[in-house]
Structure formats: C-alpha cells, structure tokens
Design a protein around this ligand. Structure first.
Ligand SMILES: Cc1cc2nc3c(=O)[nH]c(=O)nc-3n(C[C@H](O)[C@H](O)[C@H](O)COP(=O)(O)O)c2cc1C
Length: 258
C-alpha cells in the first residue's frame, strides 16, 4: 500500500512538473562556473605538460645517441597533439531503451543520445553502463524494479568494464533520474572504479525533476573526485535532440573549454 502511494505521488509530481505533451522543453546551456572551467583546463593542460616533460627528457638524452633521440622526440611530437584529442576523456552513461515516460517505446535511450553527441564532440571513449540483468521493457514494471532497488540500496552488477580507467582524467557521467535519484547501477559504477583526482562532469535526462540534487549527491559519494555542475535535459527533448539542443550542449562544452 505504502509502495503504491509512493508511486502515485511520484507520478503526480512528474505530471505536474512536466510541460504539455507534444514537444520537449527546449534545452538551454547552463552557465559554467569559473572554477569548473579551471578544473577542466587543468586536466587538459596536464596532458599537455606530460608531453612537455617527455620532450624535455628527450632533449636531456640527446647526447647519448642521436638515433635514440630522434625516436623519443618522434614519440614526444605525437603526444603534443592538441590537448583535446580526447584520449584522456571518457563518457560513461546509463540509459535504457524500450517503453519510457512521455516518449513511447524507443530504440535508443534519451541519455544515450546525449552521451553519443558529447563523445563525438570531444573525441572521447564511451562506456555504456548496462546491468547484467536487464530492466523490464514495460515502463511500469521497470518503475517497480527500480523503486525496489532503491529501497534495498542495491548495487546491480554491470556488464563488462572500462579498460584502463587510469588513462582518463575527465569522466562525463550520464544517467536518467530514477525516482529522484541516480539509477543504482551508476552507484555500482562509482563503487567499481577509483575516480579520485578525476574531474567528473555529470549530465542527466529527466521528465520534470531536473538534476534532482544528484550533482551534489555524486560529489558527496566520491569526495576525492572534482565533481562539476552538469547539464540536465528533459528526456523528450533529448530523444528529439534537434539542432537547437545540440547547439546548447555544444555551448555548454564550449563554456567548459572543450
Ligand atoms: C524507473 C524510472 C523512474 C523515473 N523517475 C523519474 C523521476 O523521479 N523524475 C523524473 O523527472 N523523471 C523520472 N523518470 C523519467 C526518466 O528520467 C526519463 O525518461 C529519462 O529521460 C530516461 O532516460 P533514458 O532513456 O536514458 O533511460 C523515470 C523513469 C523511469 C524508467
């Protein structure tokens, strides 16, 4: 009974906070704090300074052997490619296709559409956080499973894994809001990988709850990471992902210095 009331209250909240059905709410780029931009720049410059160090070492070794110097310098040259070549950036996201609120039955999840765009814009690698046991395709059934997992503080097992997490300095972390929080599988992801000292940039989709306090929840959950303010987008808007929304995401990335 209690559970049914919770479902009704949440659905009512979503209905009240949503815009009229039909088209998604236009996405606008959130303003970026100077400190957030500085955090990103520091990580991007870190890649550059690693390359500089390699180049300096190559110079120091130059007396030893010209042939070796040339080889090392070549490597250093390769590493001084543009700072934003994306090799130290990962886009990790949870997203579910099938039947969902306000969009019907979809082939690709709302968050995944945004995640793919971000990855292609910054040239990052991607990791789709998927549970070993898939969620029901039916929306109501999925809501029930997700609610129970939340109540149980479950950590559903995720498929596969990220190779060489150490190589990433910046991790975009995408997810839908589920019952006012992050899907439990995203907690599994944060438990699995050491994100200390990385810049974590959240983004999320939702149907009325915005970011629902999840950016600070993530910051509290992984206090050794630098968690920035992210970008919330309505799920239906993300599903349509028209040129205006793409432009807003691009402006947000520009604001962060990508
Ligand atoms: C289990 C479940 C719970 C949800 N809870 C909320 C919620 O509390 N607030 C909200 O705004 N949207 C909620 N939604 C809507 C999703 O956040 C929204 O549809 C999102 O765009 C889905 O992203 P995805 O397609 O990438 O999975 C919920 C959806 C599901 C399936």
């Amino acid at each position: 009974m209690k559970h049914k009331i919770a479902v009704l209250v949440s659905v009512l909240f979503m209905v009240l906070t949503m815009t009229a059905c039909g088209s998604g709410e236009p996405a606008s780029a959130p303003s970026v704090a100077d400190k957030d931009k500085a955090a990103v720049q520091e990580k991007l410059n870190k890649t550059e300074s690693k390359s500089e160090t390699t180049a300096v070492k190559a110079d120091e070794n130059s007396a030893e052997s010209e042939a070796v110097t040339e080889a090392v310098t070549d490597t250093a040259d390769t590493k001084t490619e543009p700072e934003t070549d994306g090799t130290n950036i990962l886009v990790a996201y949870f997203s579910r296709a099938d039947e969902n609120y306000n969009v019907g039955t979809i082939d690709k999840g709302n968050t995944q559409i945004v995640a793919e765009f971000i990855a292609s814009e910054v040239g990052a690698d991607s990791f789709h956080i998927e549970t070993v046991t898939p969620y029901p395709a039916d929306y109501d059934e999925c809501c029930d499973v997700a609610k129970q997992e939340q109540a149980d503080k479950a950590r559903p097992e995720i498929q596969g894994g990220v190779e060489n997490m150490e190589q990433y300095d910046i991790v975009f972390l995408g997810y839908p809001i589920w019952w006012g929080d992050i899907p439990m599988a995203v907690y599994t992801f944060m438990d699995t990988y050491d994100l200390s000292d990385k810049v974590v940039i959240p983004f999320n989709t939702h149907e009325g709850s915005g970011e629902s306090g999840t950016y600070s929840a993530i910051a509290n959950y992984i206090p050794d990471a630098q968690v920035l303010d992210g970008m919330p987008i309505q799920g239906k808007t993300a599903q349509e992902f028209n040129s205006d929304t793409q432009q807003s995401v691009r402006e947000w990335l520009d604001g962060l210095g990508f």
